[in-house]
Structures are given as structure tokens and as C-alpha cells.
Design a protein around this ligand. Structure first.
Ligand SMILES: Cc1cc2nc3c(=O)[nH]c(=O)nc-3n(C[C@H](O)[C@H](O)[C@H](O)COP(=O)(O)O)c2cc1C
Length: 167
């Protein structure tokens, strides 16, 4: 049987990937069949009844993969409900910008696709995982580092998805 839900993510350092997997597990726990996949590898949305899109924020921009994914799958996305989440440190460190502005950018990246839900989760920013350039940039920004992912908030959002996605 084809999966009902696709959780399509992009991730540079793995934290968004792990959030996507947690959302997938939660949807499976409430009886949905789910595929969790990096969005670049998705060829067709034919097999799915709904899509959840997840992407991190870098330098105040939603990863470009989202706009590319939407452009590639415009037909499919116009036929099924879409929910989206952004990941970054804005929820815990407002010096990088507001959550509201990230959500506006997320909606803009989705273009004509109107999501049934958008949200932003706090992510993980760890110095040990960064390149020299990234360390320098984040050092200059003096941002908080650590793993700020709130797994209960992530699971709670996932549990609300079937009703929103009409599943
Ligand atoms: C160079 C750099 C720039 C970042 N810029 C932002 C930003 O503008 N706003 C934000 O909320 N988070 C920002 N972050 C935090 C990332 O979004 C966060 O670490 C996220 O969890 C990374 O996701 P990933 O592990 O899936 O790549 C930045 C992180 C780095 C390393």
C-alpha cells in the first residue's frame, strides 16, 4: 500500500532530519503510514495524500531546497494538503530575528501553496559540528548554542496533523 503522508525535509547538520523522523514516528503511532525523506530525493507525490515540509533557517533565510521542491512539485502540491515547519534558534534567541518573520518567509517559500499549518521549532546549534566559517559567523552573531529541540512540542504538533491534513 502506498504511504499516506510524506514528511519531506532538508537539513545541513541533521537536527531538522531528526525532527522530521520524530514527526514521522508520531504519525505512525496514530496509525498513519509515513515516508520520511530528504526532499531532494522525491520524484513524485503521486503516492501521497498529504505532505509535511520541514527546513532549517540559515542567515535569516529558509533553505532554498524548499522553493525548489515546491517548484518541482507544484502540480502534486496543489492537489493535497500541506503543512510546514521551520527549524532554527529564533524561538530561543530573538537576536537572530522573530519567529513571525520566519513563518512569513516559510509561507513565501511555499509560493502559491497555502499550508494548513505552519510552525517553527527550536533547533540545535553546536559548535563542534560547525565549520570554521560557520563558527566565525555565529560567534559574530553571539547566538545561543545548544540543543533546544522540544520533543514534546514536536510530538504534540505531529499529533494534531491528521485532523488538519484531512487524513
Ligand atoms: C551559520 C548559521 C546561521 C544560522 N542562522 C539562523 C537564523 O538566521 N535564524 C535562526 O532562527 N537560526 C539560525 N541558525 C540556526 C539553525 O537554523 C539551527 O542550528 C538548525 O537547527 C539547523 O538545522 P539543521 O541541523 O537541520 O541543519 C543558524 C545556524 C548557523 C550554523
Amino acid at each position: 500500500m502506498a504511504a499516506e503522508v510524506l514528511v519531506a525535509y532538508t537539513s545541513r547538520m541533521g537536527s531538522t532530519a531528526e525532527i522530521a523522523q520524530a514527526i514521522g514516528r508520531e504519525l505512525e503511532a496514530v496509525g498513519r503510514s509515513v515516508v520520511v525523506s530528504e526532499m531532494k530525493g522525491i520524484d513524485s507525490l503521486e503516492d501521497y495524500r498529504a505532505v509535511v515540509i520541514g527546513a532549517p533557517v540559515y542567515m535569516a533565510a529558509i533553505e532554498k531546497d524548499v522553493a525548489n521542491f515546491v517548484a518541482r512539485h507544484m502540480d502534486g502540491l496543489s492537489r493535497i494538503p500541506v503543512a510546514a515547519f521551520a527549524v532554527g534558534i529564533a524561538p530561543v534567541d530573538h537576536r537572530v530575528g522573530s519567529v513571525e518573520s520566519v513563518l512569513e518567509k516559510l509561507k513565501a517559500a511555499l509560493g502559491p501553496v497555502k499550508p494548513v499549518a505552519v510552525t517553527m521549532f527550536a533547533g540545535r546549534l553546536e559548535l563542534a559540528r560547525m565549520s570554521f566559517v560557520q563558527r566565525t559567523m555565529t560567534g559574530l552573531m553571539k547566538v545561543l548554542t545548544g540543543d533546544f529541540r522540544d520533543w514534546e512540542a514536536i510530538r504534540a504538533w505531529a499529533r494534531g496533523l491528521p485532523a488538519l491534513l484531512n487524513l
